[in-house]
Design a protein around this ligand. Structure first.
Ligand code: CA2
Length: 149
């Protein structure tokens, strides 16, 4: 593994609304602020980081496929597709990159339909319920993983 890993951060449907709706569940931070914080951290930790958000399952799958050979690890908050998308899981499995799944809210403290994730079974790990800080934790864990490979 190169000492300057390339990290792709994927945000699924509706996460563009962060900071604008439901601050009691998802906090007041915007997606742009989360991404800017991650880019800053990536610079400090000598890696490159690109973030992508889409409300469309097919666009997310296209972006994941394009990461083959272009990224070393993926951090993903699949949003509601976590609980419904076999196709997203298949795309992540196909690119065979290490994946860390992030959820801002604690999905296990919410409705039972949020307790199952199609992604967790192919993920290196899952962070749920620690707010937007979970993304920074996931970045740090991914870099530890890649640098030990
Ligand atoms: O807690 C998370 O990060 C979730 O992935 C968020 C998803 C939800 O379906 C998952 O069960 C848990 C929802 C994303 C919607 O994000 C919004 C953000 C602000 C306002 C409204 C929705």
């Amino acid at each position: 593994m190169s000492s300057n890993p390339r990290i792709l951060v994927i945000h699924g449907p509706n996460l563009n609304l962060l900071g604008q709706r439901e601050p009691d569940v998802y906090g007041a931070i915007t997606l742009a602020e989360i991404n800017a914080d991650l880019v800053e951290r990536a610079e400090v930790m000598s890696c490159s980081l690109e973030a992508f958000q889409s409300n469309h399952e097919g666009e997310l799958i296209d972006r994941i496929q394009a990461a083959m050979g272009q990224a070393d690890g993926i951090l993903i908050n699949p949003g509601g597709l976590t609980h419904s998308s076999v196709a997203l899981r298949d795309a992540l499995a196909a690119v065979a990159l290490p994946v860390i799944e992030v959820h801002i809210s604690n999905v296990f403290a919410r409705e039972s339909f949020r307790h199952h994730s199609y992604v967790s079974g192919i993920a290196l790990g899952v962070i749920s319920g620690l707010g937007a800080k979970g993304y920074a934790m996931a970045l740090s864990a991914m870099l530890d993983h890649l640098r030990k490979e």
